[in-house]
Design a protein around this ligand. Sequence first.
Ligand SMILES: O=C(O)c1cc(=O)[nH]c(=O)n1[C@@H]1O[C@H](COP(=O)(O)O)[C@@H](O)[C@H]1O
Length: 239
Amino acid sequence: MNRPFFIALDFDEHAKRQRFLESFAAETLDVKIGMELFYREGLSVVHELKEAGYRLFLDLKLHDIPNTVGRTMRALAELDVDVVNVHAAGGKAMMEAALEGLDAGTRAGKQRPKLIAVTQLTSTDSRMLAEELLIDKAMDEVVVRYAQLAQESGLDGVVCSAHEVPLIRAACSDRFLTVTPGIRRQVDQVGDQVRVVTPGEAKALGSWAIVVGRSITAAADPLAVYREMNQDWKGATEH
Ligand SMILES: O=C(O)c1cc(=O)[nH]c(=O)n1[C@@H]1O[C@H](COP(=O)(O)O)[C@@H](O)[C@H]1O
């Protein structure tokens, strides 16, 4: 799977989501089904988008006791999506259980979905880390430690900000994947995101994949913005 550009399909209405995808009929898309879409449309949206041939990231960010996460991953494996995720904060035993569940649920002849762990959300800043979560280490240090823990647990990669990708690449194996949301063009509103970069910056920093939502989904001309951002992503030089 090379260098996905996942569009986050965070829509509050089935019709809006359908109209949006219809306007992209000429493009081969990678899409992300997040909590909003999944809790609204359920498994039917996964089946529909899978049958339509999209590369799928099912972003449900599991975070629970190891037994529950393992059994849930076993169920999710049957959906045959490309990427699923957990929160690294659930710890090593939980991540190992997630991987075991995913392995056990993957049907013969199918490829196991890639399993990645959210390190620190891209909406989290240093103040929140220290004052709300009571983590007294620097953001970079926390993210790299969580990435190492994910790697030790056998996971394929992490979700992080592109800012942290060079440090993760130095600390983890070459094959370890970095999926980076918090992507904006210079002209876009940042909104609730904190650790933000452009697609070109993400590529230059070494991100394996980017995740883009509102810059495209809330744009007046989503297709034009997608093409502009994809050009920036594909065209940038990796350092
Ligand atoms: O796991 C994710 O996809 C994720 C992790 C993270 O740290 N930050 C983050 O923004 N995301 C998701 O990426 C998408 C970003 O959307 P926009 O901020 O609209 O581009 C949303 O669907 C988030 O749920």
